[in-house]
Design a protein around this ligand. Structure first.
Ligand code: GAR
Length: 191
């Protein structure tokens, strides 16, 4: 049986990327073909190496002007592209070629606390400042606008009066680790 190919984009600490690698490690129906990162120092790159996954580091110019990443991705022709902590906007040529095949994870309950500049602790700080009583994670399809594609999955947590943004970030990351691989699997099964 041909395995389903996936490509990941990650530029941060790569903890979600690692969980996804671990989840699919012994699954011969899914193969992680490539990790693309815009940060040559991203921990995700070392993690990829430890799982024998190919990597590609892109700079802004090659990403937006020369289609280098797109050419590499097209060669692989993946069933799914997964953004796991990737903050650059995906070029429209990408979106057009892979309509409904790119998904992202966001550490809040979209449509709240999304958009450009809303990532990591910025999100959790805004949640605290707005005195939200709940937050959570959103996994969604990627379209031309930041964080606006249709929602696939959300999971909520209650925010306690004693919570600060650091505490919320830890609980949210734990939820991401628990659910992102499972949802990727579900999307692959439905595709
Ligand atoms: C995750 O919390 C993810 O939701 C967030 O980046 C973090 C990456 O963590 N993404 C965004 O904020 C996108 N707007 P990781 O590198 O440890 O997986």
């Amino acid at each position: 049986m041909n395995s389903k190919k996936i490509i990941l984009f990650a530029s941060g600490s790569g903890s979600n990327f690692k969980k996804i690698c671990e989840y699919f490690k012994n699954d011969n129906t899914v193969s992680i073909e490539l990790l693309i990162s815009n940060n040559p120092k991203a921990k995700a790159l070392q993690i990829a190496e430890s799982f024998n996954i190919k990597t590609l580091v892109i700079d802004k110019q090659s990403f937006y002007d020369s289609d280098k990443a797109l050419i590499n991705v097209l060669k692989i022709n993946p069933s799914l592209i997964v953004l796991a902590g990737f903050l650059w906007k995906i070029p429209s040529a990408f979106i057009a070629k892979f309509a409904n095949k790119i998904i992202n994870i966001h550490p809040a309950l979209l449509p709240k606390f999304g958009g450009k500049g809303m990532y990591g602790m910025h999100v959790h700080n805004a949640v605290i400042i707005n005195k939200e009583i709940e937050s959570g994670i959103t996994i969604h399809y990627v379209n031309e606008n930041y964080d606006e594609g249709s929602i696939i999955f959300q999971k909520k947590i209650k925010i306690l009066k004693s919570d600060d943004s650091l505490e919320i970030s830890k609980r949210i990351l734990k939820l991401e680790h628990e659910f992102f691989p499972i949802i990727i699997q579900k999307v692959l099964n439905n595709g």
